[in-house]
Design a protein around this ligand. Sequence first.
Ligand code: MG
Length: 386
Amino acid sequence: MKNLAILGSTGSIGVSTLDIVAEHPERFRVITLTAGRNLALLEEQVRRFQPLAVAVLCSKDARQLKQSLGAAAPEILSGVEGLMACACFPDVDMVVSAVVGAAGLVPTMAAIEAGKDIALANKETLVTAGPLVMAAVERKGVELYPVDSEHSAIFQALEGHRKGDVRRLILTASGGPFRNRALAELKNVTPADALAHPNWDMGRKISIDSATMMNKGLEVIEAKWLFDLPAERIAVHIHPQSIVHSMVEYVDGSIIAQMGIPDMRAPIAYALSYPERVPLNLPPLDLCSLGQLTFEEPDLSRFACLGLAYEALKAGGTAPAVLNAANEVAVEAFLEGDVSFLDIPVIIRAALDEHQPQPLEQIEGVLRADRWARSAARRFIHKSAT
Ligand code: MG
């Protein structure tokens, strides 16, 4: 039996994780759940999975949840302390880190320090603080399994091979909803256009990141820290069918790819049950009816965010944290209708240009860079609006 803490249980990854738990109650037990503001869904999850403790964002929501659960209420916590307590809860074997955005870093680090294994869906943890996180993983002797489908694919394609034999990693990207749009057409796209992803059903933030291809940029940075390869040896191919989830190319020219239907339950289950595989109730991948798989080079003139991510990775230190925070602010402003789609990379560029990257020594330095970038991005948005 594996005891789980699920951080971000009402989000897309959290819900899929609970699907797997429900399918395999003999293997997994939920010990703690944390959520942001979706109290209705959290309440339903508590009744169904009976965790020992839950945490929500604010104390008012905690009181409300306690009231509506009545006698069925577990320990109910709130705020960052509540999130940390749930991440480090006694008896938890594995923490599924699926909080959205940079907010996932601190609880994930706390869980590592508490000796918990990690199933990592929150890519910002590695994007903003990769070297610190990987050093803590090493020092504490815990396991960190990727949940992101691309990194899970690479993790699987590396199994049984020698790291020294790897030539490069090839991350696949669907290209998002605007893969075939000309630059001029991108100017006036709306949040609703950008949220309509062709293959994957995801949360709002990551859907916009997928439309700008910043998601792939963040994944390149994530791959660098997970697999310890330099940016020049991590390539991106556009693959609109999202069947090949990523590939590893070896020194002899062999490429090993991992394939499957685009459904997050597969990489989540692999992270939860590694090295075993558990049966999942998913439709099979039917390659014959699919007919063909295609690949193309990403166009950096239309997807500037991908180029910015490579730049931030090469600049190193706090630059990726600034890239990520400025992007979060820009995406939020786009969703609010305050800036246009093509302003997103302009805002990030402005923050990166103004930033002097500092070496990463402590989490506090990452958080400082994150705060600085948020205010720089907001300042820039405000200035261009007036
Ligand atoms: Mg991904």
